[in-house]
Design a protein around this ligand. Structure first.
Ligand SMILES: *[C@@H]1O[C@H](CO)[C@@H](O)[C@H](O)[C@H]1NC(C)=O
Length: 223
């Protein structure tokens, strides 16, 4: 083999190697690394909200759902429907007083039951978002949103009208009441259990950017 052919061969091999390397990085950028890193850098997003609160409605439908769709693998979703309610216990009865009256307490119970009964977080969030958009007749919203997601509303309805719903709502109340500093504004968002990893106004205005600043690994959706 003469020198010219050797050079040509080396050139061709170099081109193939470069192409393969480029191709590999393209692939990983589109998801392989993100698959692998799935459990390393998740941030828990805890949302303390209430069913009839306009600011909660706005945050959940315009920030939380779209951000969750973009950054699913990096978010551990944690919904706490309770807000500024009060829990009153006497004997075996648990009663609630809610900021937007009894309807809201019932709506919160339905939300609590959706969260309890639906394990897939995206479906759970879609259900909650659908309901919070028009929650004024909670039972109808629950039924309608269940239908739109092809889910049976009856176990949720059953839960919400019974002691199970009250127990779940009480549990959410205990979590909201244990916030430190105490809850002032609804919704209040914690990232990995902290209210000030990123400031509340920044989170409420742009959850995705807030998460992108705290995530250890920057997903491609962050750029
Ligand atoms: C959040 O907590 C998870 C689990 O403990 C941890 O892997 C991650 O690094 C934390 N993220 C931030 C931004 O603190």
């Amino acid at each position: 083999m003469n020198a010219r052919y050797t050079k040509l061969l080396v050139l061709i091999i170099t081109i193939i190697i470069l192409y393969k390397t480029f191709h590999y990085f393209q692939l990983t950028e589109d998801g392989n690394i993100e698959e692998e890193i799935e459990d390393i850098g998740k941030v828990t997003v805890s949302v303390h909200y209430e069913a009839l609160c306009p600011d909660s409605k706005f945050f959940i439908s315009h920030q939380l759902l779209p951000t969750y769709r973009d950054l699913t693998k990096f978010i551990s979703l944690d919904l706490i429907p309770y807000g500024k309610a009060q829990t009153i216990e006497n004997d075996n009865e648990i009663e609630f007083h809610c900021q937007h009256d009894a309807i809201e307490c019932f709506a919160n119970k339905i939300h609590a039951c959706v969260i309890e009964k639906i394990n897939e977080p995206l479906v759970q969030l879609e259900y909650i978002t659908c309901m919070i958009k028009d929650n004024h007749i909670p039972d109808e919203a629950g039924e309608k949103c269940g239908r739109s997601l092809n889910l049976d509303y009856s176990p949720i309805s059953e839960c919400a009208s019974n002691a199970e719903g009250s127990k779940l709502l009480k549990k959410h109340g205990e979590r909201t009441n244990s916030l430190n500093p105490p809850v002032k504004f609804i919704p209040t968002i914690e990232l990995n259990g902290s209210q000030n990893l990123v400031s509340q106004p920044q989170i409420l205005k742009d959850l995705k950017s807030a998460l992108c600043t705290v995530l250890n690994y920057k997903p491609s959706k962050c750029s």
